[in-house]
Write a protein that binds this ligand. Structure first.
Ligand code: UDP
Length: 402
């Protein structure tokens, strides 16, 4: 098992590992329960897959449970998610009922005797109302909260006010109108998982062959759920502009997450928009959930795109930076924390299609630039966004709160 702090020594150094063991000491034997709504697909599942086993390997009894919901429930919670990022919503009593009742049903068979509870994102937020509260509850919000729909924010606040603490990913997501202690913890990636570990060349070649991805032309890739906020249609427009000058190929890779029912709808739109280029073999659409495939794509691509219009953090950006692949991304949300424009990648306004195309072409034509951006990207992630740092910040928070 690689989820042992010991295995990270070579990457982060002895003092970081010693700090983890030291900060875990007062938490030995504490039961910490994490609840979110999917075990795969999206950033939250990605983080929990590493953070929870790592906590267990430092002496903490961390658990992870998944909220059960039917497709209607997840349609409603995706609307809440979108509304928290500023979209419109028709907030009916029916939606509220489905939301709270699903949580109530789950509470019946989910017994919580833990020392602390960490609730991830809005789906399981109302759970807190179904228990006699015996321990601190923390709401970990992975969403951009800078401009939420007022009605939804006000409704969700009625649950959030019961919490002991809230964690957001960036300083600017803290809310002045929320009189609850707020912590800032940016997400992080695990360098040892199949998604991020170094890969031998024959594995890379095997995967490229298996998924029919030729490497005869420069490769531009966006890896993201098929979600309007990730702007896959905008990516296609940018790609068309790039192709006017450089013959290249685009991969859009997006697996489906069980808590995101919008995926299939958006995928259909993308398929229509991309049809002629897909038929020519210049756009490849992938929906397979496969961590090594993501790893391969992030390593072999000449440019990784992240053309989001909103982005809580954007682990896909961290993953690509870590692998030393140049990233061209939107100047939004958590991406701004990760890319210093011109130093370890390029940042552009999401509406600036010409700007995106220009920067991609610049990288494709300048190997030295690509190498420098990649080198700086890896170092920046090593210093700021590895899972060991995230673990330490969670230990600090638990030490403060328990
Ligand atoms: N991801 C994946 N396969 C895909 C698309 C995404 O494994 O086809 C992963 C991606 O590598 C990253 C996570 O899902 O680890 C997405 O996290 P991010 O923060 O970028 O966005 P979110 O989906 O949480 O909005």
């Amino acid at each position: 098992m690689f989820h042992d702090p010991e295995n990270y020594r070579k990457i982060v150094g002895d003092s970081v590992i010693a700090e983890i063991y030291k900060k875990a000491r007062k938490l030995y034997g504490k039961y910490i329960l994490n609840i979110n709504s999917t075990y795969q697909g999206g950033g939250v599942a990605e983080i929990l897959s590493s953070l929870v086993p790592l906590m267990n390997n430092t002496g903490i009894d961390a658990e992870w449970r998944i909220l059960h919901g039917n497709p209607d429930f997840f349609t409603v919670t995706k609307k809440f998610h979108n509304a928290l990022q500023g979209a419109k919503i028709n907030l009916t009593d029916l939606k509220k009922k489905l939301y709270t009742e699903t949580n109530g049903d789950f509470a019946i068979y989910t017994h919580i005797k833990h020392d602390a509870v960490m609730i991830h994102d809005p789906q399981p937020l109302p759970l807190i109302t179904f228990y006699r509260k015996r321990q601190p509850w923390i709401w970990r919000c992975h969403i951009d909260l800078t401009d939420p729909n007022k009605e939804v924010w006000d409704y969700l606040k009625s649950f959030i006010l019961r919490y002991d603490a809230v964690i957001v990913s960036m300083e600017e997501y803290k809310r002045n109108d929320l009189p609850v202690q707020q912590f800032v913890i940016p997400p992080a990636i695990d360098p040892l998982t199949p998604k991020n570990m170094p890969l031998p060349k024959d594995t890379i070649d095997r995967f490229l062959k298996k998924f029919n991805i030729p490497k005869d032309k420069p490769l531009i890739t966006q890896i993201s759920r098929f979600d309007p906020w990730k702007d896959p249609l905008g990516v296609i427009e940018v790609f068309k502009k790039v192709k006017e000058e450089v013959d290249a190929r685009l991969v859009l890779c997006g697996s489906m997450a069980s808590d995101d029912p919008e995926g299939y709808e958006i995928y259909d739109e993308v398929q229509k928009a991309a049809k002629p280029l897909v038929e020519k073999g210049d756009i490849i659409l992938l929906t397979t959930e496969n961590n090594i495939l993501v790893n391969v794509l992030q390593r072999v691509s000449d440019v990784i795109l992240q053309k989001s219009t909103r982005e809580g953090f954007g682990l896909t950006v961290t993953e690509a930076l870590w692998k030393g692949t140049p990233v061209v991304a939107s100047n939004v949300g958590g991406i701004k924390l990760q890319i210093k424009n011109g130093w370890n990648g390029f940042l552009l306004d999401p509406k600036d299609y010409d700007g995106f195309a220009k920067k991609i072409i610049e990288i494709l034509k300048d190997e030295e630039l690509a190498r420098t951006l990649g080198k700086n990207g890896t170092e920046y992630v090593r210093k700021n966004f590895l899972i060991t740092r995230l673990l330490i910040q969670h230990l600090d928070l638990l030490n403060e709160i328990l």
